[in-house]
Design a protein around this ligand. Structure first.
Ligand code: SF4
Ligand code: SF4
Length: 184
């Protein structure tokens, strides 16, 4: 019995092993040629964060820090400040004056975007977050803010879509007329 097992190991098992190799040679190649060919991610892939804007360009972030408190990796730092009559960055009372995400710590879990009460914070599909130094992996507000689209104006500026923040949150506004200003 022991002798027949030895024969199997010596002769049959290598043939079976090469059989797997041989069959695989004719299968479709699954190797991805990254970074030369970049394939799209799944639509709900958690990549780099984005701080969103209202259609007039004002920022959705109100500097409440809920995202920072929800983060299990302590990767977010927020400092809120008050809007004034002369300088308004968001509808309502407060805005995020300082906003940083440390991608050396972030595990892209998405708890922060779940905690955000205004949908100011969402995640994009961008996954190329490597760098050759630590400082550049701490993203500032300017790195995270969504680009200005047609019809948006760079804050600070007054509320264009309603008299108070309630009109913004309830969506009681018409889309602003497109302007020429487009900043990537
Ligand atoms: S994705 Fe997760 S780890 Fe990254 S900042 Fe948000 S809560 Fe923190
Ligand atoms: S991103 Fe959202 S949760 Fe974080 S400070 Fe801004 S409004 Fe608050």
């Amino acid at each position: 019995m022991a002798e027949s097992k030895g024969m199997k190991e010596q002769f049959w098992d290598p043939i079976a092993g090469f059989g797997v190799t041989f069959r695989t040679m004719f299968k479709k190649v699954v190797t991805e040629q990254y970074p030369f060919e970049k394939l799209p991610t799944a639509p709900r892939f958690h990549g780099r964060h984005q701080l969103n804007r209202w259609p007039d360009g004002l920022e959705k972030c109100i500097g409440c820090e809920l995202c920072a408190w929800a983060c299990p990796a302590d990767a977010i730092y927020v400092e809120g400040a008050s809007n004034t009559e002369d300088e308004r960055f968001s509808p309502g009372e407060r805005y995020g004056r300082v906003y940083q995400i440390n991608y050396l710590r972030c595990i892209l879990c998405g708890l922060c975007i779940e905690a955000c009460p205004t949908r100011a914070l969402t995640m994009t599909n961008e996954y190329e977050l490597a760098d050759d130094n630590r400082a550049d992996l701490i993203y500032e507000k300017s790195d995270l803010l969504a680009p200005l689209l047609p019809g948006m104006e760079q804050p600070p500026h007054p509320m264009r879509l309603g008299d108070d923040e309630g009109a913004y949150y309830r969506g009681q506004y018409a889309a602003p007329a497109p302007t020429e200003e487009i900043v990537p």
